[in-house]
Design a binder for this molecule. Structure first.
Ligand SMILES: [Cu+2]
Length: 96
């Protein structure tokens, strides 16, 4: 009797989690950063490596002329900003 009750309670808890977790964790956002110290292809490679260390599947677009980095990922912008900073490239988040 007690064992059956535990199984019923667990299955009630599991169902909503299975339905909601894919929605929460696969939501991707496009984040824009200004990286003022980025000036050449070597900087670009270092920045790409830093971003990939946070999210291997992130989509990255780097424009050296405007010193902007666009990242498409489900990971928070703050995590990328931290990785950029620790690889020597402080950044500012840009709107849109
Ligand atoms: Cu450089």
């Amino acid at each position: 009797m007690e064992g059956q009750e535990v199984i019923i309670i667990l299955s009630m808890l599991d169902l909503p989690m299975l339905e909601t977790s894919p929605v929460i964790y696969t939501q991707e956002n496009i984040m824009k950063f200004n990286v003022p110290d980025m000036s050449c292809g070597h900087c670009k490679a270092t920045i790409e490596t830093a971003i990939k260390s946070v999210d291997e599947t992130a989509k990255i677009e780097i424009d050296l002329a405007s010193k902007t980095v666009d990242i498409t990922s489900a990971v928070n912008a703050g995590d990328f900003a931290e990785a950029l900073e620790s690889s020597g490239y402080p950044s500012t988040a840009l709107a849109g």
